[in-house]
Design a protein around this ligand. Structure first.
Ligand code: ARG
Length: 381
């Protein structure tokens, strides 16, 4: 539990930034920040500090396996945007420049923090692009079961989906103190990959697909004691996120029984390993389809090697890697991966990304947006 003041948190971050970047003038900058905090209760990060801080937040993300590339993060400083329309248009611009037609670029955009002069924003979606889930009258779910609650919230705001298994949800943006607004995401902003299998022609009859770019949009970015509740960021997909979890989990699209049936596998007993065989075919299809369409995606074996390289680089710099084993080790291929055989400390360093309360869940009952997180410059998180 951290109990340091805003000034101490600013000091800790600036020290890190100045020393890792070999910059002069740390003392002068710190004095400036101290005066600013005394006069206004907070301080404003420079664009360069923000940019380095965001990279550090990625480097410190204990659950992320893709951290080898932390230095390449493209940071878009959009703190001056002041309306939800501007934030929406800019989020679409983020998507476009991150997607790059399939050559995905790790990108983060920062919008106004809750304690800057203007009101802060929240994007209520988990990701900029995600598929809707509809509870049908017969109790079945069409689309992504994980999105059922958010989908009905969107419908309560007046959005109507096409009712397919892969409808992209609208983007719901809220300015502090105002009601949430929704915006349809134009179809031409969404790169989708239709899934086919290199050997099995029946696979395409399943009409499966996934979107190319996962842009996490509901986490709070914290740098030097300053909170940014609206700071969407993306990398590219790792194979198992789509092929094991999103399409394979029983509580998600649950495709393994369907694939196993096409493969004529005996599903009466688990010991026939029908799930393992079906999942492998699903993995082959996702990997092949992304490759064929020229969309960046990393398989879990390569990602494991890259993460171990990150650990090596960090240790060479004298820093000990913090990582959450249960999240780092992929959900398939376990002990064949190098990361399976490692252990790490799991402390939460700063800067970092944090979960924050989903304001739309409270919104329903109280109509009052929840901006408690990150509001007080002297609070303890
Ligand atoms: N697991 C999430 C999903 O399947 C995405 C999380 C971020 N993943 C990433 N490769 N940057 O949509």
């Amino acid at each position: 539990m951290r109990t340091s003041s805003l000034f101490e948190q600013a000091q800790e971050f600036l020290q890190l930034y100045y020393s890792e970047s070999n910059l002069d003038g740390f003392g002068k900058r710190l004095d400036q920040v101290q005066v600013e905090i005394l006069q206004t209760g907070t301080y404003r990060l420079t664009e360069k500090e923000l940019s380095y801080g965001a990279k550090l937040a990625w480097r410190n993300s204990n659950r992320c396996m893709g951290r080898l590339f932390w230095k390449t993060l493209k940071v878009r400083d959009r703190r001056t945007l002041s309306t939800v329309e501007e934030v929406f248009a800019d989020a679409m611009a983020h998507l476009k420049s991150a997607t790059q037609g399939g050559k995905i670029r790790s990108t983060l955009s920062v919008y106004a923090s809750a304690d800057e002069a203007d009101a802060g924003f929240r994007i209520l979606n988990k990701q900029l692009i995600r598929f809707a889930g509809y509870m049908l009258p017969n109790g079945e779910i069409l689309g992504d079961p994980d999105a059922v609650a958010f989908t009905s919230y969107c419908r309560s705001l007046g959005w109507e989906g096409k009712q397919t298994a892969f409808d992209v949800l609208p983007l719901v943006i809220q300015r502090e103190g105002e009601l949430a607004r929704w915006f349809a995401v134009p179809e031409d902003q969404v790169l989708r990959v239709n899934l086919v299998h290199p050997d099995y022609s029946w696979f395409q009859e399943l009409k499966l697909q996934w979107y190319a770019v996962p842009v996490i949009s509901d986490m709070r970015l914290e740098i030097g004691g300053i909170s940014f509740p609206c700071a969407p960021f993306n990398g590219w997909y790792m194979l198992t996120e789509i092929a094991a979890r999103n399409l394979g989990d029983e509580q998600r699209y649950n495709m393994l029984p369907v694939i196993a049936k096409k493969m004529n596998l005996d599903q009466r007993q688990v010991k026939t390993l029908w799930k393992d065989k079906a999942m492998l075919v699903l993995q082959e299809a996702v990997l092949y389809s992304f490759q064929a369409q020229g969309v960046t995606l990393v398989d879990h074996h390569t990602a494991s090697e890259q993460f171990l390289e990150f650990c090596k680089q960090e240790e060479a710099k004298g820093r000990s890697v913090q990582a959450d084993w249960a999240w780092i080790v992929p959900p398939a291929a376990g002990s064949t991966l190098g990361v399976f055989h490692q252990e790490w400390e799991n402390q939460i360093l700063s800067p970092n990304f944090h979960y924050q309360p989903a304001s739309w869940k409270q919104d329903k009952a109280s109509k009052a947006p929840n901006f408690a997180a990150g509001k007080c410059p002297f609070s303890n998180n």
